[in-house]
Design a protein around this ligand. Structure first.
Ligand code: PGA
Length: 254
């Protein structure tokens, strides 16, 4: 496993031509590093164009979601086969905006993870509690339930293909990141849970933190050995701030 993994989730931002401009700007200042892996997740419509631009580079392509069937009458959906064919290595699954704005359930998420794994697409499974759940002391319960349902029926031998991303909902897009202690505590709980339930060695599971990661707080996050990288929204839409976060990951890789 790379020591750090930095993923830029572009969400529903950038037309194809804007996407091209942003990727060119990111690549202009990008120098591969042996222990820092980088991926970007543009909107579906820009995947093909960006795949061409990334071809000779080591930034990986990711999708923001996937449908669980290979093909069929599912208007508007995109299959894992299509993502694989366009050059995606990763797919984000269960992002909080898909759970809470677009109504995805844990069962949907589980089917999507299975579908991705069937096609050797590596899922990035997002987990995280809402503010009211944290305030009620239910963070552990919520995250464990998302894990249990999201991973249901998936054998532990597949886990190395899966990256987890702890993204507290209250930290996403709010400018109010979790503290390093808050993130590290939940990451530790996830590792303990996976060890108890599946026998996974705690430090073999890659767990990213996401939620208002910026060049200002990334250094502190990367000091923690619990945090294997970051899933970044707003700060990845600007080549300079995304580049600064990548540089910090390189500087603070254990
Ligand atoms: P943010 O988004 O960095 O803008 O908070 C993170 C995410 O949604 O993955």
């Amino acid at each position: 496993m790379s020591s750090r993994f930095i993923v830029g989730n572009w969400k529903m931002y950038n037309t194809v031509s804007q996407a091209e401009t942003l990727v060119r700007a990111i690549l202009a200042d990008y120098h591969p590093h042996p222990t820092v892996e980088v991926a970007i997740a543009p909107p579906f419509i820009a995947l093909q164009t960006i795949a061409t631009l990334l071809a000779s580079n080591t930034i990986h392509l990711a999708a923001q979601t996937v449908y669980q069937e290979d093909e069929g009458a599912f208007t508007g959906e995109i299959s894992p086969l299509m993502l694989k064919a366009v050059g995606c290595r990763y797919v984000i699954i269960g992002h909080s905006e898909r759970r809470h704005v677009l109504g995805e359930t844990d069962q949907d998420i589980n089917m999507k993870i299975r579908a991705a794994l069937r096609h050797q697409l590596h899922p990035i499974l997002c987990l995280g509690e809402r503010l009211e759940e944290r305030e009620a002391g239910h963070t552990t319960r919520v995250v464990q339930s998302q894990l249990q349902q999201g991973l249901a029926g998936i054998p532990a031998k597949e886990f190395p293909q899966i990256t987890l991303a702890y993204e507290p909902v209250w930290a996403i897009g709010t400018g109010k990141a979790a503290t390093v202690d808050q993130a590290a505590e939940v990451h530790g709980e996830i590792r303990r849970y996976l060890q108890e339930q599946y026998g996974i060695e705690p430090h073999t599971q890659r767990i990213l933190y996401g939620g208002s990661v910026s060049p200002d707080n990334a250094e502190a996050l990367f000091h923690s050995s619990e945090i294997n990288g970051a899933l970044i929204g707003k700060a990845c839409l600007n080549a300079e701030s995304f580049g600064r976060i990548i540089a910090l990951a390189k500087a603070y890789t254990p």
